[in-house]
Design a protein around this ligand. Structure first.
Ligand SMILES: O=C(CO)COP(=O)(O)O
Length: 254
């Protein structure tokens, strides 16, 4: 598929996989996907598996991502993990502001932007998640919600930092529900986000930012979603937990 931006497909393993299970999966993925050059492939295991997974994917085409980090560099923040600690395992990406964290940990746009700035300061690329609830979509508020989340979560990023940030559009009603957004719905939301980036930055910057779609992405719908001009990859939950389904999503996207 001829795309303006290089596709980035990331697996968000969420709170799944012991270290042993993570090693099995990533070893299989490494073999299965060894020849893929057209897509940036990222796996985001839980913190506990980062160290071991990082050893297996060293010198491979798979990059490592974390699922969250704290906005501070160090200190009295019990239970938290700082960017510098992620760097020890060659973590290149970090998912920030996932809707599950917005919902259960009450993460705000202001907090997410602090985390994004801290990630960039450590040369880790943030994958910043945005997306509307079903009630918001049905109430005609999708654009308003995306506008607020994009402005708030990305506040303070320089142009260069913005270009190295990935945005994941994940409509909350499509996460883990089996209800994927249609490719037209995804394209509409992605185009809206890109237009907003033009107004916040400029045309050239907006054209360089990769916007992933997330929410029930499967091997069977990946190709159609990725064929949309403003869909530059996927953030995959459930289907990233097995080598066959994640591998097929990547292969079907090329
Ligand atoms: O939340 C998601 C990825 O971050 C999407 O999860 P599912 O692919 O399981 O719907």
């Amino acid at each position: 598929m001829d795309k303006e931006r290089k596709l980035i497909i990331a697996g968000n393993w969420k709170m799944n996989k012991t270290v042993a299970e993570a090693l099995d999966l990533v070893s299989d993925l490494k073999m299965e996907l060894a020849s893929i050059k057209e897509v940036d492939i990222v796996v985001c295991p839980p913190f506990t598996a980062l160290c071991e997974v990082s050893k297996v994917i060293l010198h491979s085409n798979i990059r490592l991502g974390a699922q969250n980090m704290n906005e501070h560099q160090s200190g009295a923040y019990t239970g938290e993990i700082a960017a510098g600690m992620l760097k020890e395992f060659s973590v290149r990406y970090v998912i920030l502001g996932h809707s599950e964290r917005r919902q259960y940990q009450k993460e705000s746009d202001a907090l997410i932007s602090k985390k994004a700035l801290a990630a960039h300061a450590a040369s880790i690329k943030p994958i910043v998640c945005v997306g509307e609830l079903l009630a918001e979509r049905e109430g005609g508020l999708m654009e308003k919600v995306l506008d607020t989340q994009v402005r708030g979560s990305l506040a303070g990023l320089t142009k260069q930092q913005m270009e190295e940030t990935v945005i994941a559009y994940e409509p909350v009603w499509a996460i883990g529900t089996g209800k994927t957004a249609t490719s037209a719905q995804a394209q509409e939301a992605h185009a809206f986000i890109r237009k907003l980036l033009v107004s916040l930055y400029d045309e050239a910057t907006a054209r360089r930012v990769r916007i992933q779609y997330g929410g029930s992405v499967k091997a069977s719908n990946a190709r159609e979603l990725m064929s949309q001009p403003d869909v530059d990859g996927a953030l995959v939950g459930g289907a990233s937990l097995e080598v066959r389904s994640f591998g097929d999503i990547i292969k079907n996207s090329i």
